[in-house]
Design a protein around this ligand. Structure first.
Ligand code: ADP
Ligand code: MG
Length: 361
């Protein structure tokens, strides 16, 4: 699909299996994979194309091969990189990013393992790996490796882009050591919240790995690259929670919407290099922090997670449209330009009525 050029931004969609709740309430699977790069609505109303589609038959290890390996390998050779998961709460972002460490690891542990394997394999270079783990909650940057460090400030750093003042950075020499940082970060998320799942779906969490490398022979070149592994806040719109949403909830939604919207705009402008419009990095902490990892020669991999179920239709469509904007793919075939599911029902009702009329003739 599309022209084959050197792509810095890869956009994939991962469809999770129907969950217990959806099955119990008679939910129907209405989105399905259509070849390697297509996804279609079962009734044929819509189909979309991306760089890759994964469905319930795909393990995270396979997702990593397409969405992770290149980003990691570029990072090892000195280029910044980002891997994101975007989607509504419950769509599979954390499953994709973190997974279950030993039995079904996600992109974060797989990336860490790959970094250390690459380092072991490389010769003539020395590496230093530093890790930090933060969350952005209500536009406040909090250190997940030290629960006392809240609302950290960002500052321009001429050499390395944006720096987080005072953030904990641990030097790591093995995957195991990095994994214990991840475990510690998860624990601190728990402390920060009375309802862990709710809170974590309303914050962006970013695991950052800074890869420094130095030639040990020949010219003493030093390269420094940052890898950002991001589990974004749930993208669902405020009205899913009804008009009774508390004022704390609307504040959270306002911040989430603003940062995800800005992220979408930034990525869209980046994937449309011909358009010289300014890129609004400064409009949210998330994009400001990620600016060095998004611009220039960086590699960006986005996984948009969706539920296949009919009852998530509106949120799924909104995620698919985000993915489309991120990639600016032109070859979207919309066989039926009805955007409203209710209107679609009206259309089908009309077709049935017309068929019945014809049978009567
Ligand atoms: P999110 O982080 O987007 O809110 P989760 O990753 O927590 O969503 O996923 C919600 C539930 O669905 C979890 O129990 C998770 O294990 C399960 N799940 C998500 N994606 C998959 C998948 N591809 N295969 C199997 N289970 C999945
Ligand atoms: Mg999650």
């Amino acid at each position: 699909m599309g022209e084959k050029t050197v792509e810095n931004i890869t956009v994939a969609v991962r469809i999770r299996p129907l969950n217990q709740r959806e099955l119990a309430s008679g939910g129907e699977k209405i989105w399905e994979k259509d070849g390697e790069v297509g996804i279609k609505e079962k009734n044929g109303a819509r189909n979309f194309f991306y760089d890759r589609i994964y469905d319930e038959n795909t393990e995270s290890t396979e997702v990593f091969i397409y969405q992770g390996v290149e980003v990691i390998e570029k990072c090892i050779s000195g280029y910044n990189g980002c891997i994101f998961c975007y989607g509504q709460t419950g769509s599979g972002k954390t499953h994709t990013m973190h997974g279950v460490r030993k039995t079904n690891p996600g992109l974060v542990p797989l990336s860490i393992d790959h970094i250390f394997t690459m380092i072991q394999r490389s010769s003539g270079k020395e590496f230093l790996i530093r890790c930090s783990y933060i969350e952005i909650y209500n536009e406040s940057v909090n250190d997940l490796l030290n629960p006392n460090f809240l609302n950290l400030q960002l500052a321009e750093d001429k050499k390395n882009g944006i720096k987080i003042i005072g953030v904990t950075e641990e030097v790591c020499t093995s995957s195991n050591q990095v994994n214990s940082l991840l475990v510690m970060g998860e624990k601190h998320k728990n402390i920060a919240s009375t309802n862990f799942n709710q809170r974590s779906s309303r914050a962006h969490s970013i695991f950052r790995v800074i890869v420094e490398s130095k030639n040990t022979s020949g010219r003493p070149d030093v390269a420094i690259a940052t890898l950002n592994l991001i589990d974004l806040a749930g993208s669902e719109s405020a009205d899913v929670h009804g008009p009774a949403a508390s004022s704390a909830r609307s504040k959270e939604m306002k911040y989430i919407n603003r940062s995800l919207l800005t992220l979408g705009t930034v990525i869209m402008r980046l994937s449309d290099k011909k358009n010289n419009a300014p890129i609004p990095y400064r409009d949210s902490k998330l994009t400001r922090l990620l600016q060095p990892a998004l611009e220039g020669d960086s590699k960006v991999s986005i996984v948009c997670n969706i539920s296949p179920c009919n009852d998530a239709y509106d949120e799924t469509l909104s995620t698919l449209k985000f993915a489309q904007r991120a990639k600016k793919i032109k070859q979207v075939i919309v066989k039926n330009d009805t955007t409203d599911s209710k209107a679609l029902i009206v259309k089908y009702e009309r077709e049935i009525y017309e068929l019945q009329e014809r049978l009567r003739e």
